[in-house]
Design a binder for this molecule. Structure first.
Ligand SMILES: [Fe+2]
Length: 179
């Protein structure tokens, strides 16, 4: 049994405020990609999926004169830092295991190179998975942040993913016990 489900995270008002800002459609797509990559590379599907879903929770929109401004974004953006902190606080509040909450926060911190002074950091396999999952859903000009999904469909997708995680963790546990 997991301490916190994706549905617990989805329904929290902090998520409804901040993940909504960067787009639930993108967050859910990245969570699904992260699940499949984690399964493929034998990483923890629960951690990968939560990090994927929350990776842009620190997003801030950089506008100038009503238009998205890439230069401002490139110079000033720290959404992975803000996101790591915000996600960590939220997960701890919901009762997440602290080691797991830290692993998720670090995966969010390193999900992109865009804010780092150089792009030579060594990522763990889990951190790579969250980065790939995000890149897999990216659209030109940041269009992935503007794709929409209604709340009911978003909720259903989250419930379905929770089920997939539980099944995967159960079959992993079974395999471990029969070894
Ligand atoms: Fe993203």
């Amino acid at each position: 049994m997991r301490d916190v489900t994706l549905l617990d995270i989805f329904e929290h008002h902090i998520t409804q405020k901040y993940v909504k800002r960067s787009g639930f459609a993108h967050a859910i797509a990245v969570a699904y990609h992260a699940f499949h990559f984690a399964k493929q590379y034998h990483e923890d599907v629960d951690i990968a999926t939560k990090a994927g879903f929350l990776h842009d929770i620190g997003h801030f929109t950089w506008y100038r004169n009503g238009k998205w401004d890439y230069e401002l974004y490139r110079q000033n953006d720290i959404h992975p830092i803000k996101g790591a902190e915000r996600a960590h606080k939220l997960l701890i509040r919901l009762g997440e295991n602290p080691i797991q909450a830290k692993t998720i926060a670090l995966a969010i911190l390193f999900h992109t190179d865009s804010f780092l002074p150089s792009n030579d950091i060594e990522r763990t396999p889990l951190q790579k998975i969250v980065k790939w999952a995000d890149e897999k859903d990216e659209e030109e000009g940041g269009a992935h942040h503007y794709r929409t999904i209604n709340k009911e469909r978003a909720r259903e997708s989250i419930i379905r993913l929770d089920k997939m995680i539980d099944e995967e963790l159960q079959s992993f546990e079974k395999k471990r016990l029969t070894k």
